[in-house]
Design a protein. Structure first.
Ligand code: HEM
Length: 339
């Protein structure tokens, strides 16, 4: 018992793993910066989308949804693209997917759809894929998922590169300006290289030959100076126009057609620096739709509301301490404190 060097070393080792994420466990990240083309001052008092001279540091994590942390990069699945903006007013997290809609309207069903798409419980097969009975049973009984399933069965579900993926905030958020006037806003990432996919045969073969295909592509591209670039777009609607459409604009199983509500391109994100330590950055990062700055707000989209509970709750468990926001990758880079 006197050998505290042994005990301390072994305790660190015994405790060094944290639980993987319950969804989006497999992911890879990079650092970069966001620069603005067009000021959003008429719509939001948030500072980072107001001044085109300010560059905001960002951290982005790309992920698959269903597979465990050691699964392959190329299954047919939704991809996450979560961005943390370290703004002068605190962190704003845009926790997006590469598809514009979602499986459900009501967050109460989230554990059910996730359990259905995860491997079958009795034999833990298949890994990382929805191609099995529990998922299709679920789809057959929950018709609101039909739109998302169309996206999931499209080429979008087998992206060629993280550098060639669109990102969608899915929910309507709020912009609030200096006068307190509010607008509905949806967020978009448009890859400068365009949106490209693998074909199914390539995705299958790559899954065996190089399970790290997408993360290797991002890592090597950044090392070569081929930085990943995405333009940020917004769709903005006046609050008074909420009921002008023949669908509920706060329903996450519907999209706002771009021909009806054009996407305005307002800035560009460049990923130009690889992670130094995958555990300290990619694993310990905690994104949360509730991380907003003054000038950005929520709506009564019921799915968004349930996400506001779920992320903090899961991160308390996953990171094991309530102070996970002080972990370096999560810490805001701003002068505000709560004493
Ligand atoms: C009620 C609906 C939803 C619930 C309850 C939910 C819950 C969760 C949970 C528990 C995690 C793991 C977080 C962690 O361990 O740090 C997660 C991750 C994630 N979710 Fe959701 N989610 C929902 C819908 C969505 C939607 C609609 C999107 C896209 C717009 C989305 C995008 C993501 C992304 C990108 C991640 C991975 C973040 C990272 O890379 O660390 N989720 N979600």
């Amino acid at each position: 018992m006197e050998n505290f060097h042994f005990r301390e070393k072994m305790t660190h080792f015994d405790h060094e793993c944290i639980p993987e994420r319950v969804v989006h466990a497999r992911g890879f990240s990079a650092h970069g910066e966001f620069e603005l083309y067009e000021s959003m001052k008429p719509y939001t008092k948030a500072k980072f989308p107001q001044n085109p001279n300010v560059k905001t540091p960002v951290f982005v994590r790309f992920s698959t949804v269903a597979g465990s942390r050691g699964s392959k990069d190329t299954p047919r699945d939704v991809r996450g693209s979560a961005t943390k903006f370290y703004t002068e007013e605190g962190n704003f997290d845009l926790v997006a997917n590469n598809m514009p809609v979602f499986f459900i309207q009501d967050g109460m069903k989230f554990p059910d759809v996730v359990h259905a798409i995860k491997p079958e419980p009795h034999n833990e097969m298949p890994q990382a894929s929805g191609a099995h009975d529990t998922f299709w049973d679920w789809v057959s009984q929950n018709q609101e998922s039909a739109h998302m399933v169309m996206w999931l069965m499209s080429d979008r579900a087998i992206p060629r590169s993280f550098r060639m993926m669109e990102g969608f905030g899915v929910h309507a958020f709020r912009f609030v300006n200096d006068e307190g006037k509010a607008y509905f806003v949806k967020f978009y990432w448009k890859p400068v290289l365009g949106t490209h996919s693998l074909v199914w045969d390539e995705a299958e073969k790559l899954g065996g030959k190089d399970p790290d295909f997408n993360r290797r592509d991002l890592w090597e591209s950044i090392n070569k100076g081929n930085y990943a670039e995405y333009e940020l777009g917004v769709q903005i609607l006046e609050e008074k126009d909420e009921f002008k459409f023949d669908f509920d604009i706060l329903d996450s199983t519907k999209l706002w057609p771009e021909e009806d509500v054009p996407v305005r391109i307002i800035g560009k994100l460049t990923l130009n620096r690889n992670v130094d330590n995958v555990f300290a950055e990619n694993e310990q990062v905690a994104f949360h739709v509730g991380n907003i700055v003054p000038g950005i707000g929520f709506t009564n989209d019921p799915l968004l509301q349930t996400r506001l509970f779920s992320y903090t709750d899961t991160q308390l468990f996953r990171l094991g301490v309530p102070n996970f926001h002080e972990i370096p990758i999560n810490r805001p880079v701003c002068p505000f404190h709560n004493n």
